[in-house]
Design a protein around this ligand. Structure first.
Ligand code: FES
Length: 572
């Protein structure tokens, strides 16, 4: 247990010198009393709210609930804004800024008089960004999820954010709906503040935070607009004060067993392929060895049990009513490491006790999975020597073993321009390929991997094709999309050598992605290859391009990986 006299914040406030006098004086300038910061645990509430982050529109109110919990427990809360990565608005991609947010969180906590932190986020990259920064700083930290938005319905059918946008867009291209209906749909699917309500990246990553032990049990399944949500936020505030006293740091929670638990949950949820990159990056910050092979191994052991879009047909609100993540994890007890300690200070085993699913269609038993195909397969071959990933549960079963002619695009703009061309040389067996969309090339590895289908094929009723890229794919999307090809094309990965007309073979059961081009010809192409020009000559993007690791290593910045300690700031 940490005594009040050992609090880190006392370095700022406790001394009898001119500098500590100034620190206390500035607190009193804000109307605080001397005793408010003397001997009370100081909690940073790191808030990724912004006016351009619709999924976090309620987080200012939730910060107030967290403050209430902190104060009731005898702590002193301070709200600190951090970069808000609203997934849909931030360009070219929030992934470019995940590491930026992680750096900001780490340095906010290091540079200020803070004893522990509650992390408010949920929209896609905010969750791993917040956690990565908190892991690297190493203070007690607890993740408070934004929660999913409410269900919506359109023409009597359940519709969810992201997944249905793609479904209706394809229908518009195919003539299945008209322009007036398309405009009407703008006001549907996003019914309230909160994160996407499908099992997209947001719901996947918040669930992973809980499975890792970094969020309160059941917290990540609560809808953002449920009255349980502000109560949960107050619980977070109350609990972090106790965690500070217990010195319960991320390093005590984030073991290899905790990461394997998170991997099991990712598979059982049919979670986003983006989670692969984020789990490996977080493990890298915690100094825990974790590879694509570990995740593939887990995918072979754990079937998809959560009947949620895009692998199933329900939404997060339904998942909450069915018992939420604790009920799902209870069904996975045999593959989980139940002795792992969580933010509660208790082992996982204790917090799953009695958490039964109330709906066997939404949270399936192991005997009746949503899909016989797993949530993830890691592929290797001469197109991705370091690995690529696919989500078989959201792919067309007929394409899981496929051989087709490549149609290669060098840029998103080139591909978009071609998709409406009625003369495009393409059929349903073609393998659509996009390159220069990886961590360095795009830059930031945007969610372009769900390549659009050619309009003329959509009009003929085609709704899926094999697609291959070094990009990522939105967790809300679906289709037979091979993603994260590593090493990426922009740094000379083999995708750079593929040409239109080459035959590509995809064999998911054999975990293989291969181009039928012999080694001598590949050597000739490599000798003639030159890297694409880089458009960024300054600033954060240049830093990112110089230091980002490849997808199979988590796309962290190389100088932020690992557990090397940074000294506490000198206080003069
Ligand atoms: Fe924020 Fe999907 S856009 S969670």
């Amino acid at each position: 247990m940490r005594a009040p006299s050992d609090l880190r914040s006392r370095r700022w406030f406790a001394a009898n010198d001119m500098r500590a006098f100034a620190h206390r004086q500035r607190m009193q300038q804000m109307g605080l009393r001397r005793e408010d910061v003397m001997g009370r645990p100081i909690v940073a509430i790191i808030n990724t709210w912004s006016d351009l982050s619709p999924c976090h529109a309620h987080l200012r109110e939730r910060a107030e609930a967290v403050k209430r919990g902190v104060l009731l427990a005898g702590g002193m809360p301070f709200e600190l804004p951090a970069m808000s990565l609203g997934e849909v608005m931030v360009k070219p991609t929030t992934m470019l800024y995940r590491n930026f947010l992680a750096m900001e969180v780490e340095e906010l906590l290091r540079s200020l008089p803070v004893d522990g932190a509650v992390l408010l986020g949920g929209c896609d990259k905010t969750t791993p960004g917040l956690l990565m920064g908190a892991i690297s700083m190493g203070l007690p930290a607890l993740f408070c999820p934004a929660g999913p938005m409410l269900n919506d319905r359109h023409r009597g059918k359940t519709v969810g954010a992201g997944t249905h946008t793609r479904i209706f867009w394809d229908e518009l291209q195919a003539g299945g709906i008209d322009a007036a209906e398309w405009i009407r749909l703008e006001s549907r699917m996003t019914r309230s503040p909160g994160t996407c309500n499908t099992m997209g990246t947001a719901s996947t990553m918040t669930a992973i935070a809980e499975a890792l032990g970094m969020a309160l049990p059941g917290s990540t399944s609560i809808p953002a607009m449920d009255s349980a949500h502000p109560r949960m936020a107050a619980d977070c505030g109350e609990r972090i004060v106790a965690m500070i006293a217990e010195d319960l740091t991320p390093q005590r929670i984030l073991t290899r067993g905790a990461f394997l638990n998170a991997a099991a949950v990712e598979m059982a949820l049919g979670g986003s392929t983006n989670a692969v990159v984020h789990i490996i990056a977080m493990a890298g910050r915690a100094g825990v060895p974790l590879s694509l092979a570990d995740l593939d191994d887990m995918a072979r052991r754990v079937p998809v049990l959560a009947n949620l879009f895009p692998s199933g047909d329900k939404l997060m609100e339904d998942f909450y009513y069915a018992g939420g993540l604790p009920a799902l994890m209870n069904r996975l007890r045999d593959v989980l490491s139940l002795d792992e300690i969580t933010v509660t200070g208790q082992p996982l085993r204790a917090q799953l006790e009695g958490r039964e699913a109330t709906d066997d269609d939404i949270i399936r038993p192991l005997s009746n999975p949503v899909s016989p195909h797993g949530a993830l397969a890691v592929l290797t071959g001469n197109l991705a020597p370091n690995g690529a990933v696919i989500k078989p549960s959201a792919a067309s079963p007929a394409f899981l073993q496929h051989r087709g002619r490549a149609l290669v695009f060098d840029s998103q703009a080139q591909m978009q321009a071609a998709m409406g061309d009625p003369a495009l040389d393409v059929d349903e067996n073609t393998v659509l390929v996009l390159r220069n969309a990886g961590p360095v090339g795009a830059p930031g590895m945007p969610e372009w991997g769900n390549l659009p289908l050619p309009k003329k094929l959509l009009q003929r009723g085609v709704r899926d094709m094999v697609r291959l890229s070094d990009a990522r794919m939105s967790g809300t999307h679906y289709g037979t999309c091979v993603l994260h090809a590593s090493p990426e094309s922009a740094i000379g990965g083999p995708l750079a050598l593929l040409r239109t007309g080459d035959m590509v073979e995809l064999d998911v059961p054999a975990r293989r992605i291969h181009m039928e081009v012999d080694d001598a010809e590949l050597a000739r192409r490599r000798a003639a290859w030159t890297p694409p020009p880089r458009a960024y000559g300054r600033g954060y993007t240049q830093l990112h391009q110089q230091h980002v690791t490849q997808a199979h290593l988590g796309c962290d910045l190389d100088f932020l990986q690992g557990t090397t300690a940074t000294p506490e700031p000198a206080i003069y």
